[in-house]
Design a protein around this ligand. Structure first.
Ligand code: DX5
Ligand code: ZN
Length: 232
C-alpha cells in the first residue's frame, strides 16, 4: 500500500448480498472500488453481529485491492492476530472500545497491518494527540456504529477539518464511515478526508447481474468528492 491523499471509495460489504460475497466483491472491484471495507460487529460494543475471522479468511482470495477491516468489538486485543492472519491489510479499532488503545495500535502494527483508529460521533479529538505516531488511518464515524443506511451526522464536518490540521504532513489517511452519498461525500472531501466508506449508496439498485449500477454509484460519489477536493 503506497500512501496518497487521492479520493478512495471503500464499499462496505455490510450492504452486499451475504449469500454471494465472492461475486459481490468481484463486481465492486471491477466497477472501480479502491478498497473493500469489512464491518466486524460483536453484539456487545455495537448492537449487531456480523463477520468473524473465518469469514474474512474465506473472502480474502476474492479481494484484489485492500482489505479494510473495521473492528466494532470490545475487547479487541485478543482478536487482532486472528484478523491479521485472515489477511487484513488495515485493521481499525475504536478509541472507545477499551482503556488501552495505545497497546491495541501497537499490536495491530506488530501483526503486520496498517493501524486505524475509529472515533464515534460523540468522541472529541483531545485523546488522539499522543497516538499520532502509532497511526496509519483515522476513521471518523458519521453515524453511530452498528448499522448501514443511517443518516449522516453533519457535526462531524468540523471534526474532520480540525483533524486534517492536526495531521499535517503525517502519512495518515482520514476515512469517513456512515451516510456517504454524492451529496455528503464532497463535504468530507473538502474538509480533508480521502477514504470514503459507502454501503447503501454503492449497492443501492445494483446486483451481481447488474454490476454497472455499482459502477455508476461509485463514480457518482467519487466525482462529487474529487471535485470538492480539487476546489480546495
Ligand atoms: C456502520 C458501519 C458502516 C456502514 C456504512 O456501523 O461501520 O461501514 O456499513 O453504511 P452506509 O454507507 O449505508 O451508511
Ligand atoms: Zn465501517
Amino acid at each position: 500500500m503506497t500512501f496518497d491523499r487521492s479520493i478512495k471509495i471503500a464499499p462496505s460489504i455490510l450492504s452486499a448480498d451475504f449469500a454471494n460475497f465472492g461475486q459481490e466483491i468481484r463486481a465492486i472491484e471491477d466497477q472501480g472500488a479502491d478498497w473493500v471495507h469489512v464491518d466486524v460487529m460483536d453484539g456487545h460494543f455495537v448492537p449487531n453481529l456480523t463477520f468473524g475471522p473465518p469469514l474474512c479468511k474465506a473472502i480474502r482470495p476474492h479481494i484484489k485491492t485492500v482489505m479494510d477491516v473495521h473492528l466494532m468489538i470490545s475487547p479487541v486485543d485478543a482478536y487482532i492476530d486472528a484478523y491479521a492472519d485472515a489477511g487484513a491489510d488495515v485493521i481499525t479499532a475504536h478509541l472507545e472500545a477499551g482503556p488501552h488503545i495505545h497497546r491495541t495500535l501497537q499490536a495491530i502494527r506488530g501483526a503486520g497491518c496498517k493501524a486505524g483508529l475509529a472515533l464515534n460521533p460523540g468522541t472529541g479529538l483531545d485523546q488522539i494527540e499522543y497516538l499520532m505516531d502509532q497511526l496509519d488511518l483515522i476513521c471518523v464515524m458519521t453515524v453511530n456504529p452498528g448499522f448501514g443506511g443511517q443518516k449522516f451526522i453533519a457535526s462531524q464536518i468540523d471534526k474532520v477539518r480540525k483533524l486534517r490540521a492536526m495531521i499535517g504532513d503525517r502519512e495518515i489517511h482520514i476515512e469517513i464511515d456512515g451516510g456517504m452519498t454524492p451529496e455528503t461525500a464532497p463535504l468530507m472531501a473538502a474538509a480533508g478526508a480521502d477514504v470514503l466508506v459507502a454501503g447503501s449508496a454503492v449497492f443501492k439498485g445494483g446486483s451481481v447481474s447488474q454490476p454497472d449500477v455499482y459502477g455508476q454509484n461509485i463514480a457518482a460519489i467519487r466525482k462529487a468528492a474529487q471535485d470538492a477536493q480539487d476546489a480546495q
